[in-house]
Design a protein. Structure first.
Length: 392
């Protein structure tokens, strides 16, 4: 049977199995003394399961598989004599195979030699492992509340009492290691630590950034009394605190208590509104100021209109004017008036279709400047037809 490969462990190197030569024979042995490297003696291999960290430490208990091999003389291995340094213990295992669990923190050395049926004891094999089961510790000091924009750094420390600290770092701080205090509220920083055995621990550090007390503010609103439905309504807004204009925060426009929209704070807003009566209020909100509301601005939005006229006139007689008024967003209603210059020469009420035939007064011979004016209604704006110049 081929003999196993002899592995020698170098300081700090990962350990796969160790065979160390020795010349000792167990107490009470009657076998003749032989040199430790005598090929006739049985040999032992010790192989740990898994691999230690790059620093040579194990983060978990180490299971060591022990196997003994007969020497060249061919005598079968009957038992294994073992000694352990941490905790100090020793004993005998029957047979040529055994497993040991090294679960004590710190450095432990397992020594094993095999004895064969002839009573000959082989060289001693030894394996040393370093175990760290606990990992690093992180101590974080509680952080008092911070003011908005304050500059402060957390107080924390990392340590490892056994294998030694490998690294200590944070996540959630500024590049210079200080808290981010640009926004009020509760924020979190993570503190990490790793040791030479490969353990990684994490602790959370919460801190509070307090906003300064909100200051009172006033909001004023200006708006036209009447506006067109085809053009956004201009709203003039002025927000001030202690006489100083406020340009931060948001403005929410309410129409009868219903939100129309929200915009960044500005001195003028443009709001699209449908035909009808509106009661507008502007609400200002910002982290630095108390909420403030403007007074009510009453705005009536009306549809624009277009007035056209067709004239049938004769000198010295009453003429007729066919008038049509249209509106894109509301039906025109009410009266239309026909003027000759500044003189009223006829009027009538529009029909449901927005048209009417107006009879004018008698027109004398000579030049005339004719136009039709629509006065508007509760839902429509006034308009006028183009000036028509005629000579009778």
């Amino acid at each position: 049977m081929p003999r196993p490969t002899r592995l020698v462990r170098l300081a700090g190197a990962p350990l796969a199995g160790v065979l160390l030569a020795g010349a000792l024979v167990g107490a009470g042995s009657t076998a003749p003394a032989r040199a430790a490297d005598d090929p006739a003696l049985p040999t032992v291999s010790l192989v740990p399961r898994g691999e230690p960290s790059e620093h040579g430490w194990w983060p978990v208990p180490v299971t060591v598989d022990v196997a003994a091999f007969p020497g060249a003389a061919g005598a079968l291995v009957e038992r294994l004599h073992w000694q352990l340094s941490n905790p100090q213990d020793s004993g005998v295992r029957e047979g040529r195979l055994a497993s040991f669990v090294l679960d004590q923190e710190g450095e432990s050395t397992l020594r094993v030699r095999a004895r064969d049926a002839s009573g000959a004891a082989g060289p001693e094999a030894a394996l040393t492992v370093r175990v760290d089961l606990r990992g690093p510790t992180i101590d974080v000091a509680p952080q008092p509340p911070l003011a908005l924009g304050a500059v402060a750094a957390p107080s924390y420390s990392c340590a490892d009492a056994l294998s030694g600290l490998a690294d200590c770092w944070t996540d959630g701080l500024r590049p210079d290691g200080t808290f981010d205090t640009s926004r009020p509220g509760v924020h979190r920083v993570l503190v990490f630590a790793s040791d030479r055995a490969g353990h990684v621990r994490m602790t959370e550090l919460d801190y509070v950034v307090e906003a300064p007390p909100a200051r009172p503010a006033t909001t004023r609103l200006g708006a036209p009394a009447v506006a067109s439905s085809r053009v956004p309504v201009p709203l003039d807004v002025a927000v001030a605190s202690a006489g100083v204009p406020v340009t931060s925060g948001t403005l929410t426009v309410l129409d009868g208590g219903r939100a129309v929209g929200t915009w960044p704070a500005a001195r003028r807003l443009w709001v699209s509104l449908p035909v009808g009566a509106h009661r507008l209020v502007v609400v200002h909100r910002s982290p630095e100021h108390l909420e403030s509301r403007s007074g009510v601005a009453a705005v009536t939005v009306k549809s624009p209109t277009t007035t056209t006229a067709t004239y049938r006139l004769r000198r010295g007689t009453r003429g007729t004017v066919r008038v049509k008024v249209t509106g894109p967003d509301a039906r025109p209603s009410g009266r239309v008036r026909v003027y000759d210059g500044r003189r009223l020469v006829g009027s009538a009420r529009l029909g449901r279709d927005g048209t009417v035939l107006v009879r004018s007064t008698r027109l004398a011979a000579g030049p005339h400047r004719l136009t039709v004016r629509y006065a508007g209604s509760a839902t429509t704006l006034p308009s006028a037809s183009p000036v028509r110049q005629v000579r009778l």
